[in-house]
Design a protein around this ligand. Structure first.
Ligand SMILES: [Zn+2]
Length: 57
C-alpha cells in the first residue's frame, strides 16, 4: 500500500476514527509516514472531527 494511495482516503478516515483492525492500522500508520498527501488528509479529518465534537458539546 505504500506509495499508492489514490483509493486510500476512506481507509485513512476509518483509521482516524479508530475503526480499523490492528493489522490495517499498522499498514496505514506506516503509509502515513511516507505519504504527505494522506498525512495531510488525516490531519484535516482530525481537525474536522475535533470541531464537530466541540460544536456538539
Ligand atoms: Zn497516501
Amino acid at each position: 500500500m505504500i506509495g499508492q494511495h489514490a483509493s486510500n482516503h476512506r481507509i485513512v478516515e476509518a483509521y482516524v476514527d479508530g475503526q480499523l483492525p490492528r493489522p490495517a492500522r499498522w499498514v496505514i500508520a506506516t503509509h502515513l509516514l511516507f505519504c504527505a498527501g494522506c498525512k495531510h488528509h488525516a490531519a484535516v479529518i482530525r481537525a474536522i472531527k475535533r470541531s464537530l465534537r466541540s460544536r456538539v458539546s
